[in-house]
Design a protein around this ligand. Structure first.
Ligand SMILES: [Fe+2]
Length: 174
């Protein structure tokens, strides 16, 4: 493993991590679309799938600007989050409860990405890489917007339906 000697090295190291994380997310999202029941949640995941493709393209541009090959390094953190999400999807759950669980899993992923993009944005800014900073800032903003959208969706419909699903069952068993 190459030694991290400077903030430049750390920037590249972290970019390789998020580059790999994004490609893991790209593979996981279609499964989440399938597992979701609420049409609004399905379309939120579909929209994020498209966004993710664009984010990977921005990362390709960032690597180019930095003059380093665009390659990822396995992101164990994301692998763990996705593995947990996979286990959740295997649970036998009420559809509305599954939707709430999928939002929780997706938000954990978003928060990982927000942390990563926040760090690389700061490094790029400190190093004076304006274009790189701008591109990474766009990815950061998209992740933040997605996270907020998921919160809104959970608060406005999904969690309420999940709660009602449970009530309805309780009523029926009485
Ligand atoms: Fe992303």
């Amino acid at each position: 493993m190459a030694k991290l000697k400077s903030l430049d090295d750390l920037l590249v190291h972290e970019l390789q991590d998020i580059y790999n994380a994004e490609s893991q997310i790209l593979k996981a999202l279609p499964k989440m679309v399938k597992a979701a029941s609420h049409p609004e949640l399905q379309s939120a995941f579909e929209e994020h799938l498209e966004q993710t493709e664009g984010q990977i393209e921005r990362l390709d541009q960032v690597f180019k600007l930095l003059g380093v090959p665009a390659k990822g390094k396995k992101c164990e953190g994301m692998a763990g989050l996705i593995e947990e999400g996979k286990k959740t999807m295997e649970e036998d759950a009420e559809p509305s409860v599954m939707d709430a669980a999928l939002i929780a899993a997706a938000q954990k992923v978003e928060h990982y990405e927000i942390a990563s993009y926040g760090c690389v944005c700061t490094y790029a800014e400190m190093l004076g890489y304006d274009q790189v900073h701008d591109l990474l800032g766009q990815n950061l903003e998209e992740e933040e917007t997605t996270d907020e959208k998921l919160t809104d969706l959970a608060e406005s419909v999904i969690n309420i339906e999940a709660e009602e699903g449970e009530d309805a069952e309780e009523e029926a068993s009485r």
